[in-house]
Every structure is written in structure tokens, then in C-alpha cells.
Design a binder for this molecule. Structure first.
Ligand code: SF4
Length: 347
């Protein structure tokens, strides 16, 4: 489509200089895409540099120790991504001898690689004519064509994928895809788009009809679930008790102290596990409360620090005793890390 031909020259003149744009190594492109999902470029960049330095090839990542990878990922959130990333790296080594498949269709056969990532790798690394469709691209298309179909509806997903392929520059899909994503990130931004600097302005439906703020249309999401979590942090002669979360939907494989979930009104100390952990001879020396927002959950957390006497026997199975000074060596979730950062000086 003619107006979209202006995108590549614009991109070449104004693109941000980012390390994953200077390579056509499918592994590094994949790594950057995994890190940048649901993450801003400024936040993801140091993680990309850390991972690409520590594991310069997919074979090295596949051989990595799980805990080390989780530790390196710490702070980036959405920890399942790190777990899935390792799984995919190992599958590339096991099934393809460490060489990434070089077509969209073959990339899709790898567990953990969906249409978006497959299109990104196929176009950026192998210049295959596959349109990348992410939030930035959807927003540009919704505004440019004035699309009323919600971007997150089933019909919307099909429609936007079709439109993205219709406008794709088949001669240089790699640059075109990069340019669409860059335009969405830097010009056609979610709020306050810079229409006066946009190469698509003259033929953009939303701009010419003064309706930019009405697009993209989205179906309303369910409000996040509210949870009340109590963490019992035992101080036993400067040691504490933590457990690695297993088979959990969030924070999989990360360490945390005993956790008790209650309703908003309930008193944690009426819980049988809490009563067992904080015996008559222990003393609650501090409580630290905070709110933590995840995509689908709002967590109100309280960390109770419980000082116990020598001879104390921790009552629950499956926990490891660890010196408080060694806690920093474990991969912990963001919420526990928040507590540790606040509390380090007060143990
Ligand atoms: S003119 Fe404005 S609304 Fe239209 S594509 Fe460009 S930045 Fe987006």
C-alpha cells in the first residue's frame, strides 16, 4: 500500500540505535523479543545485555543452570517467560542441534514461540515476508484505518493480522516490520501521539477525522483479583526459612517465606499454620505492608518478622533454613525483594 512505503525511509532516518537491530542472529533476535514482551525498551535493554553477554549462543543458554537464569532475570517480572525461554532454548538444541529454524512455519513448531515471535524472527533474521503484529502495530493500524473492531476480540485479531500483511512491504519485510513497531512506539503513542511528525498523517482516518483518541477500540478487561497475603519471616538466630515455589502460575521456582492467604478482614494469627510458626515463645518484632500490582492481581502483602528463641523447631515441611546474609544469593520474587530492600538494615 503506497502510503506505507514512506515508513522505511522514515525509519532509516530516525530509528533508535538498539543492539538487537544490529544483528541478524535469530538467537539474539529471539532473546530480545522474549525480554521485551510486556517490558519497556529502557527496562529490557540492561537485561538483554546481561543475557547476551552471559549466554552468547543458544547452546550456552540451554546448558545454563535454572536458578542462575532466574537470578539474572530477577526484577524483570513475568517469571514464566524466563522458564519458557529456557525450555525453548533446550528444544532448539535437542530438536535442531542448536540452530534456529529459518522459516515462520518451522519456528511456530517450537513450544514457546507464537505467531508474533515467529514473525519477528522470520522477518528480522531471514527477511521472510511475515507481518509482525504487536500492540504498537495494532494501534497504528486501528487509527490509520479507523477500525471499530476491538483489537482484543477474536474477530479483531484476525482482521488486524490481515491488515498488517496487506500493508507489508514484501521487498523489505524486516525494515518494514521494524518501522511499524517504531512508529507505534515513538510517534503513534498510546497517549499524545505526535501526528504532526507522522509520515502517514495525510491519509490517516483517525487524524483527518479528529478521532485519534477513539482508537484503538478495546474490550473491557475483568478487574484484577484482590488478594491478601501474609508472609511470616522467622528470625531464628539470624537464619530464616524459605521455600521454592513449584508448579505455580506466578513466581514459579522463586523463593519466599511461608505465606498465608486470608480474606480482607481475617486475622492471620487465627490461621493454624501461623499459630504453629509463631509459638508462645516468639515475638513479632515488625510488620511491613505494601501493595503489589500484577497484571491480573492486586496483592496487599504484610511481612511479619517473628523473632524466635534458640531451640525453636520450624513446624512446616519443605522449607530450607538459610542465613539471612545469604538470602541475596537466591532468586526471589519482586514482592519479597521489596521487603528485603526495605528491611535489610533492621534484622
Ligand atoms: S497520523 Fe497520528 S494517529 Fe495517524 S498513524 Fe500517524 S501518529 Fe497515528
Amino acid at each position: 500500500m503506497k502510503p506505507f512505503l514512506k515508513l522505511i525511509p522514515w525509519y532509516q532516518a530516525y530509528k533508535r540505535d538498539l543492539p538487537w537491530r544490529q544483528t541478524n542472529d535469530p538467537y539474539l533476535i529471539w532473546l530480545s523479543e522474549v525480554i521485551l514482551q510486556q517490558t519497556r525498551v529502557e527496562q529490557g535493554l540492561p537485561y538483554y545485555l546481561k543475557f547476551s553477554n552471559r549466554y552468547p549462543t543458544v547452546k550456552q543458554l540451554a546448558k545454563a543452570n535454572d536458578d542462575e537464569v532466574m537470578k539474572l532475570w530477577q526484577g524483570l517480572g513475568y517469571y514464566n517467560r524466563a522458564k519458557n525461554m529456557l525450555g525453548t532454548a533446550r528444544a532448539v538444541v535437542a530438536l535442531h542441534k542448536g540452530i534456529f529454524p529459518n522459516t515462520y512455519e518451522q519456528l511456530l513448531t517450537l513450544k514457546g514461540i507464537g505467531p508474533y515471535t515467529a514473525a519477528a524472527i522470520a522477518s528480522f533474521a531471514f527477511n521472510e515476508a511475515q507481518a509482525v503484529v504487536d500492540g504498537n502495530v495494532n494501534r497504528v493500524l486501528a487509527r490509520y484505518f479507523g477500525i471499530e473492531e476491538p483489537i482484543n476480540s477474536h474477530a479483531g485479531k484476525t482482521l488486524f493480522a490481515q491488515l498488517a500483511n496487506d500493508v507489508l512491504n514484501k521487498k523489505d519485510p524486516a525494515s518494514h516490520n521494524q518501522a511499524m513497531m517504531e512508529l507505534g512506539a515513538m510517534v503513534c503513542k498510546p497517549t499524545n501521539p505526535i501526528c504532526h511528525d507522522c509520515v502517514l498523517q495525510q491519509t490517516c482516518v483517525a487524524f483527518t477525522s479528529g478521532t485519534v483518541n477513539q482508537y484503538p477500540v478495546k474490550l473491557k478487561k475483568q478487574p484484577p483479583k484482590v488478594r491478601h497475603l501474609h508472609y511470616l519471616v522467622v528470625n531464628h538466630a539470624r537464619h530464616t526459612y524459605v521455600k521454592q515455589r513449584k508448579n505455580e502460575r506466578i513466581w514459579h521456582n522463586l523463593y519466599e517465606p511461608p505465606c498465608i492467604e486470608t480474606s480482607a478482614e481475617a486475622d492471620v494469627w487465627s490461621d493454624p499454620n501461623a499459630k504453629q510458626i509463631a509459638t508462645n515463645h516468639s515475638q513479632v518484632t515488625a510488620a511491613f505492608s505494601c501493595k503489589h500490582q500484577l497484571t491480573h492481581q492486586t496483592i496487599y502483602a504484610t511481612f511479619w518478622v517473628i523473632k524466635v528463641k534458640r531451640g525453636y523447631e520450624f513446624p512446616l515441611a519443605g522449607y530450607e533454613k538459610i542465613a539471612i546474609t545469604e538470602l541475596h544469593t537466591l532468586a526471589v520474587h519482586r514482592l519479597f525483594d521489596k521487603f528485603l530492600q526495605m528491611y535489610t538494615l533492621h534484622w
